[in-house]
Design a protein around this ligand. Structure first.
Ligand SMILES: [Zn+2]
Length: 195
């Protein structure tokens, strides 16, 4: 900005868009006045000094310390997203949805709990998409969501809230009724007679 206004191509006396990259040489330094005056047909040395001083120092050091090939840069209007330059004319509603979700999504804390329990090899993408592939029944999907997010409340939790008289398993009455006990240990005991 110069005088609180963005520098426009007309400040250079140019019509076409001028990019920051054009003001720097290959090793990331601002090009000297002699080169700039030829490149942009500039007459006024002071204008060039204004332009160079208007570039924030953080930008200058970022340019100096990065090694980006100009071949992969997008010189059309674009959005920087996850280290990629995405031209605005390729945006789709799917893309807007992705960047929106990307902004608001956080990993469920239950993931850590299950990773501790079963090890780090759980394929969470598959676990979360499974109910959508396996069934169209909303109740079954919600049930799986509760299990996978560790929010299914059985006796061992309900007792703390006063919704159950006992924390013990409704089937065997020997162990706390946790989802793992109830759906894995207790049911397999019922079905196969093993614990
Ligand atoms: Zn039981």
């Amino acid at each position: 900005m110069i005088d609180n206004r963005p520098i426009t191509p007309s400040f250079f006396g140019a019509v076409d868009q001028i990019y920051l990259a054009q003001l720097f040489n290959d090793i990331g330094d601002v090009i000297p006045w002699a080169e700039a005056s030829l490149k942009f047909s500039l007459q006024n040395h002071f204008k060039w000094i204004q332009i160079v001083n208007a570039i924030p120092n953080e930008w200058k050091s970022a340019i100096k310390n990065s090694h980006v090939s100009l071949d992969i840069c997008c010189f059309q209007q674009h959005l920087n997203w996850n280290d990629k330059m995405i031209p605005t004319d390729s945006f789709s509603s799917r893309f807007f949805y992705d960047i929106y979700i990307d902004k608001i999504s956080i990993k469920p804390t239950s993931q850590k709990y299950f990773d501790r329990l079963f090890g780090p090899d759980l394929i969470w993408d598959k676990i979360y998409t499974l109910p959508h592939l396996a069934t169209v029944d909303a109740c079954t999907r919600i049930f799986q969501f509760k299990v996978s997010h560790n929010t299914l409340f059985l006796n061992s939790r309900l007792v703390h809230l006063g919704f159950s008289a006992t924390p013990l398993c409704s089937l065997c009455k020997n162990f706390n009724e946790t989802p793992i006990h109830f759906f894995v240990s207790a049911l397999s005991q019922l079905a196969y007679g093993v614990s």
